[in-house]
Design a protein around this ligand. Structure first.
Ligand SMILES: NC(=O)c1ccc[n+]([C@@H]2O[C@H](COP(=O)([O-])OP(=O)(O)OC[C@H]3O[C@@H](n4cnc5c(N)ncnc54)[C@H](O)[C@@H]3O)[C@@H](O)[C@H]2O)c1
Ligand SMILES: O=C(O)CC[C@@H](O)C(=O)O
Length: 526
């Protein structure tokens, strides 16, 4: 019989489902070294946010087939390490949407009416009605940053409370925002005009400290901000200063740069700030939802069936998966890359399956490419099952074509993304059995493997460009691992693809585009 380890507190409804197919051990106080010692006995591991599933744990899990995260975020799982070992990682992208949205609304109202401090004062035996005069949300402007699942529900509820809605989400269409009663604006306008700002975005390099001192300075002194998304999207030090100095009226936070929240200037602020201990998903209903959702997937995978919300491996039959797996990785990498080159919101996505991939059997590659494209916006919330629906909701038109006559490689994929900032394309193929190579960028032939940090330039092919670019990168202490130029004619337009050992620091792109002959430069992180 299979064995499942549950290493964080999970609702009994989930344990009951797991017990249908396996012997279940619930051990919620294991230290990392204890987990490493016993994980080798188990076929599945079910966790919440408390267990950090590191590469070491994954490597010790010699029998592991699946890791189930009862919740959305898989930031506590080393997903690439699991993927390398063929371990399916599943989550529950929607099980706690309502809980998190309702927590944000509760925070907004509690903060406006000083409910936590008023409650504490009555319990201390006081009857102070002057200190706790609040503000109404009716007819006030709510700025929703991130109009995904949680942001959309918050918008719906706020609309019913008579609030005016602004939204900032570079990956959402104007039509979708309007359907939700929101006016889509840029972030600057949103922070300047909103009375309340609520964050519902993933934490990514782009969103880390999105709300910093500069943004806080643009807000009205009456503005209140809510973060029930991820810690670190707001710069906590800058927020504490902004509240102390009366630059903004208050904040309500559920998530922190480091959890549990220890020494922090936020704790010494008064009734302007409300702090909860990452309770967004902590409702009975949400815990039942995520436990059932993830336990059913673990049960199914142990029975040899596909998982519906796998974040790393699609729900395909083992033989099809075996055949397509290297190409799935190719499709996802190319989708991610072309999405970053296109930047902003994509409206049209063309996927061309070429050579021996030009068959119906390769259809999952279209989904994999779409999953890669949506990764910048949705991170771990996009999977092989919801990629199509998410694309539809975002107004992305997906066109799939097949061309068996392309024979440069056995099979290749050509992706083209047209967005608000222009059109970009990328082609890739496998060398040998599974080594991914980029073979074309924006119509220029190249041949480079993708790298974690990359820089692409569109430039005029002329002497001196490579030297100047190298000196700029050197002056920012960025090491070049490899470099290749793709051109169609000598001294015509060309593309340069550089693989870098280090991420590109802020400000470097504007230096690069100042070099005479360089028309555009793009950074990509894969
Ligand atoms: N506090 C909690 O307990 C709790 C519970 C559930 C989810 N969450 C968090 O809430 C957040 C939202 O979750 P969701 O399920 O609504 O996700 P979602 O993927 O449905 O929506 C996220 C939205 O953010 C947008 N986005 C991405 N990058 C952006 C950027 N740079 N600027 C503006 N918008 C951007 C995306 O286009 C998308 O519409 C996530 O960070 C999630 O981890 C917290
Ligand atoms: O309570 C939890 O498990 C974390 C909830 C939330 O942040 C998630 O990512 O689903």
């Amino acid at each position: 019989m299979s064995k499942i380890l549950v290493s964080d507190p999970i609702d009994q409804a989930g344990i009951d489902i797991l017990s249908q197919v396996a012997a279940v051990d619930v051990k919620t106080t294991l230290k990392p070294e204890e987990l490493i010692e016993i994980i080798g006995e188990y076929d599945a591991l079910m966790i919440r946010s408390g267990t950090r599933v590191t590469q070491e744990i994954i490597e010790a899990g010699t029998q592991l087939k699946i890791i189930g995260r009862a919740g959305v975020g898989v930031d506590n799982v080393d997903v690439p390490a699991a993927t390398r070992k063929g371990i399916v990682v599943v989550n529950s992208p929607e099980g706690n949407t309502i809980a998190a949205a309702e927590h944000a609304i509760a925070m907004m109202l509690s903060m406006s009416r000083h409910i936590p401090d008023a409650n504490a004062s009555v319990k201390r035996g006081e009857w102070d009605r002057k200190t706790f005069v609040g503000a109404e949300v009716y007819k006030k402007t709510l700025g929703v940053v991130g109009l995904g699942k949680i942001g959309s529900h918050v918008a719906n509820v706020a609309k019913a409370m008579g609030m005016k809605l602004l939204a900032f989400d570079p990956f959402i269409s104007r039509e979708r925002a309007e359907q939700l009663g929101c006016q889509l604006v840029d972030l600057d306008l949103l922070v300047q005009q909103s009375d309340y700002i609520t964050l519902h975005i993933p934490k990514t390099p782009e969103t880390t400290h999105l709300i910093n001192a500069e943004m806080l300075a643009k807000m009205k002194p009456t503005t209140r901000i809510i973060n029930c998304a991820r810690g670190g999207i707001i710069d906590e030090q800058a927020l504490a200063v902004a509240i102390q100095q009366g630059q903004i009226a208050g904040a309500a936070l559920d998530v922190y740069e480091s959890e549990p929240l220890k020494d922090s200037p936020l704790k010494s602020l008064g009734k302007e700030i409300i702090l909860t201990p990452h309770l967004g998903a902590s409702t009975t209903e949400a815990q039942v939802n995520v436990a059932i959702d993830v336990a059913e997937q673990i049960r199914d995978v142990l029975l040899g069936l596909p998982a519906r919300s796998a974040v790393n491996i699609p729900g395909l039959s083992p033989d099809v998966l075996q055949e397509l797996k290297p190409y799935m990785q190719l499709a996802e990498t190319l989708g991610n890359l072309v999405g970053q080159l296109a930047g902003g919101r994509v409206e049209l996505f063309n996927v061309r399956l070429q050579g021996e991939l030009a068959t119906n059997k390769s259809q999952p590659l279209v989904i994999a490419a779409l999953k890669g494209l949506l990764y910048q916006a949705l991170r771990e919330r996009v999977n092989y099952v919801n990629a199509n629906i998410e694309a539809k909701e975002r107004g992305i038109r997906v066109i799939e074509t097949r061309d068996a006559s392309v024979r440069d490689y056995a099979g290749s994929l050509h992706l083209e993304a047209t967005g608000t900032l222009g059109t970009h394309s990328v082609t890739g193929a496998l060398l040998g059995e599974k080594e991914i190579h980029l073979t074309d960028i924006d119509g220029f032939p190249i041949n480079v493997p993708p790298n974690k940090h990359m820089l692409f330039t569109l430039h005029r092919d002329m002497p001196g460009i490579i030297g100047k670019l190298g000196s700029i990168l050197g002056s920012f202490n960025v090491n070049i691992a490899s470099m290749q130029v793709g051109r169609k004619i000598v001294r015509g337009d060309a593309v340069m693809a550089l693989s870098l050992d280090d991420p590109l620091p802020d400000g470097i792109l504007s230096e690069i585009t100042k070099v005479p002959g360089i028309r555009d430069a793009y950074t990509v992180t894969l």
